[in-house]
Structures are given as structure tokens and as C-alpha cells.
Design a protein around this ligand. Sequence first.
Ligand code: SF4
Length: 250
Amino acid sequence: MSHHLNKKIVDFLKEYLDLYGPDTYLDEKHVEYLQKEKPTVILTAPQKSEKMIMRDNQKSQSDEKPDTTLWNFMREIQECAKCPLHKSRTKFVFGDGNEHADLMFIGEAPGADEDRTGKPFVGRAGKLLNKMLSRININREDVFITNILKCRPPNNRDPEPEEVKECFPYLHKQIELIQPKLIVALGRVAAQNLLNNSASLKNMRRQKWEFKGITLIVTYHPAAILRNMGLTDEAQEDFDYINKTYQNLI
Ligand code: SF4
């Protein structure tokens, strides 16, 4: 491979790592390219300070949440070991938000920041979600946010069907307890699992679906928007559609 092309690939991967940091999935080929350059600089994830670790460990959701049916359900299942993901997780991520929310967001699975803190959508994707919500005047505290899987798949790979099968009943129970009026599936994996289909995300957006009698809308996962900022306008239009539907339902 020419030096020029190799440099181009390395530059691209560097940019990619700058954007996604230690959460980046690299396959063997990527690592091989990078190692030819400056592996120590590029591949070293930022270390957590002692202060950060202490802050992470200070309070778990279990200590923070009231003695209500939903949060007691979390306490019941937080030591779950039904699938192999329990072995690699740092923290179980139940979901967070208003237990009486009319609007519920469901993503795919926890990422690195979520696995570290035990809270959903706290990394860059979470910040973008907050922004999209505030743009349509919805407070994050008023909605409930969770994922199909409650434990992080290694390297953020897609959930395996067996893992979804084991974890899905927890999501069903959450929905039954929260009783939202509108569910928003964030991304293809969440949407396909909730709707039990294999349609493309493009074909699922901007229309009303139903999950257990509850209206469901599909939009991009915020991480996909971070990867391709060209999707921002479409995502904003989706959120306008979500808001319009939501206002008609409440
Ligand atoms: S992903 Fe779900 S089923 Fe698997 S261990 Fe975690 S909570 Fe249990």
C-alpha cells in the first residue's frame, strides 16, 4: 500500500478516535495501521482520576431512588446474571428518569460511560439527546430513558439475539410500570427489536408504529448523528414529529 494511502487511513482513524475517544471500536486491521504510526499516543484511553472513581462509587441508583414499584423492580434485577454480559459489565444500567413519564426513549445498550456510571445516555450521545429534547422544550427529567439491554456488550457490538431474549422481559416490565403514552426507539437495533422486523431505519422513521398498544416512533440513535453530522437536520425534523405526536397524545 502506498505511503500516501496509508497516511490517509491513519489520519482518518485519528480523527475518528478524537471524536469518539476510548469508546471507539477498532478491528485488528485498524490497530495494525495505527501501530505503524504512534500507537501509544493514539491508543491510550484517558485515565480516570481517583476523584472521578470516588464520585462514581459514591452513590448508586439503588441508594438514590425511592421505595416505589419501579425502583424496587430495579433493586430486584440489578444483580442479574441471565446472560454472559453480566461478567463484563462494570455497572448494570436500569434506565433513569420520571417513573410516571408519558414519553419513554429506548436505545440499544449501555456504552462505556453508561457502564462506568450506571446511568443511561450520559456520554456524548446523551448530551446530544439532551440538546434535541431542549430544542422541543422537553426536560430530560420528565421523560424516562432506558435501553433494550441493561449491560454493555464488549466493544459496543450489536446485542446478540440470546441477550435480547433474556433481557427483553425487563423492558416489558418497565413499560408496564411506567405506562408511557409514546415510546421513541433510538436507532435501528432498538427499533428492529421492538417492532420485531428487519426493516431499515430509513423506512421506519416518520411514521407511527405500535408496541403493546402504545404509539411508537423511530428515529436515529444520537451516536449515529455524532458519527454523521449530516443527519442533524433529519433528526431535528424527527424530533419535531415526535413532539407533535406527543402533544396530541397527552
Ligand atoms: S444484559 Fe440483561 S439479561 Fe444480560 S445480564 Fe444484563 S440485565 Fe441480565
